[in-house]
Design a protein around this ligand. Structure first.
Ligand SMILES: Nc1ncnc2c1ncn2[C@@H]1O[C@H](COP(=O)(O)OP(=O)(O)O)[C@@H](O)[C@H]1O
Ligand SMILES: [Mg+2]
Length: 219
């Protein structure tokens, strides 16, 4: 059991609090925000009322994401870890089930900035454009399936003079996943759509956002 009672989260997403692992400083532990599961369930349309809790639980969906075909049998030296945190499974914590994965830090040991932070500070400069291109090539080559790729779900790490991106959230089931799992053409089409939408989101975040994202993503 991981005791988080004396720990303060270093970051918070829409659904989970992120803590540094008290026993392994190079790992993070993510637990669902208090009451968030019930909130998501209450907000879901009526036809989802019979669905299991795991459908709304980011940790359960992440576990399923790591069990996808492209990752299931990946060894420790596999290319799949070039842009993904290593994953250590779901463990019981004092705050409920916690998803444990590799923590990315800067040279000072503080958690790495997100791509959203980077874009706010530097805009879409050549270095990050190159890192995004590299990430996209890796996604196509490995066939890893993701949900929509959002800037706050990447962290940026300097690596041998360049920048490297890691997707720290967003593996897991999207509607088209089962089909894309089994058919290569469908997989590549699915991935191309995710990349296209990633660029759309980046340009939207850099714009004046006068058009709401829900509309912009459909244009
Ligand atoms: N492996 C990691 N290394 C460094 N920072 C992380 C890591 N995972 C998450 N974070 C930070 O925590 C925030 C929330 O984590 P995330 O997994 O996206 O939670 P949620 O499921 O709530 O969206 C991220 O935006 C990022 O700032
Ligand atoms: Mg997130």
């Amino acid at each position: 059991m991981i005791d988080l009672s004396n720990c303060k989260p270093f970051a918070k997403g829409g659904n989970r609090n992120c803590f540094r692992h008290p026993d392994f400083p190079d790992r993070c532990v993510k637990v669902m925000l208090p009451g968030r599961l019930a909130e998501l369930r209450a907000r879901a349309p009526w036809y989802k009322s019979l669905v299991r809790d795991s459908h709304f639980d980011d940790n359960a969906r992440e576990l399923a994401g790591y069990q996808q075909k492209a990752l299931r049998h990946a060894g420790p030296d596999s290319a799949v870890w070039q842009h993904l945190p290593r994953y250590y499974g779901i463990h019981e914590t004092s705050l409920g089930p916690g998803s444990v994965s590799e923590l990315f830090t800067d040279q000072q040991g503080t958690p790495a900035p997100t791509l959203e932070n980077y874009l706010q500070d530097h805009g879409l400069d050549g270095r990050i454009e190159k890192a995004l291109q590299q990430f996209s090539d890796w996604l196509r080559a490995t066939g890893v399936l993701t949900k929509n790729l959002l800037p706050h779900n990447f962290v940026v790490i300097p690596k041998s003079g360049n920048l490297s991106l890691y997707l720290i959230d967003g593996l897991g089931s999207a509607a088209a996943l089962p089909l894309s799992e089994h058919f290569e053409v469908s997989r590549q089409r699915y991935i191309s759509r995710r990349i296209e939408r990633m660029w759309k989101r980046i340009h939207w975040e850099l714009s004046d956002r006068s058009i709401p994202w829900k509309i912009a993503e459909k244009l």
